[in-house]
Design a protein around this ligand. Structure first.
Ligand code: MN
Length: 240
């Protein structure tokens, strides 16, 4: 049996092929998987569980079919969809997990994160992250109408794009000290995350520890397949 990990699908009506690839995964391989983990930025934007667009409904229904058939689906917040809440979970059958979370995977402890919390060199983003994860900020945002929230999200995205275009590349990658700190703090030798869109398997701590970075889904998709044997793989597949 196998556990599957994906992240950064950035589901959006403008990219139907990505949605189709995800629905194919749900109705195919995921059915016989032990579990499916979605490690954040599942949606390009999530302005609240009450935003029942056609895309959101389609995805929720497909997840419901899978979870009803018996495959557990765990979802973690990313920086685009941290407003996924209770109602989404009830409707889809998904279970929300904290960022970070340690799971025991066939006897091995594995740390799961979205990945943005590791990018500590990006101090402006870290400050924004702290602000928008506060209950006060979220209550204020969610108290507005859907159209207003959509506009605000658009505006925030545009500001973030402008800010990021002025940042050096390595500022938006993980900070190596923070990575080592997380290995130590959680006493693990394996972590899996996404966010940076730089898929790779990195060695840390004199090769004792591995950090698996999932890629984003665009012209291709990325999945970590973790079988009972523990011999996991990071694989790319094409999205047509
Ligand atoms: Mn992200």
């Amino acid at each position: 049996m196998t556990t599957l990990f994906i992240s950064d699908l950035h589901l959006d009506p403008s990219r139907p092929a990505v949605t189709r690839a995800f629905l194919d995964l749900l109705s195919g391989e995921a059915i016989s998987a032990d579990a499916l983990y979605i490690l954040g930025d599942f949606f390009e934007v999530w302005i609240g569980d009450d935003d029942d667009t056609e895309l959101n409904q389609t995805v929720i229904e497909a997840l419901k079919v899978l979870t009803t058939k018996g495959t557990p689906v765990y979802i973690m917040h990313g920086n685009r969809d941290f407003l996924i809440g209770e109602q989404f979970c009830q409707q889809s059958g998904c279970q929300l997990i904290a960022d970070p979370t340690v799971i025991n995977l066939y006897g091995r402890n594995v740390l799961l994160l979205h990945g943005d919390s590791l990018c500590t060199d990006d101090t402006d983003y870290m400050a924004f992250r702290q602000q928008c994860r506060s209950q006060a900020w979220q209550n204020e945002f969610l108290s507005q109408g859907i159209e207003q929230r959509r506009q605000l999200a658009k505006q925030m995205r545009a500001e973030s794009k402008t800010a990021n275009s002025n940042k050096a590349d390595d500022i938006m990658d993980v900070n190596q000290h923070e990575v080592l700190r997380m290995f130590t703090q959680h006493d693990v030798d394996l972590m899996i995350h996404g966010h940076t869109h730089r898929p790779a398997i990195h060695q840390h701590k004199d090769s004792h520890a591995k950090r698996v970075v999932l890629g984003d889904w665009h012209n291709s998709g990325w999945v970590v397949r973790f079988p009972t044997s523990g011999e996991f793989t990071l694989e790319e597949f094409s999205i047509s």
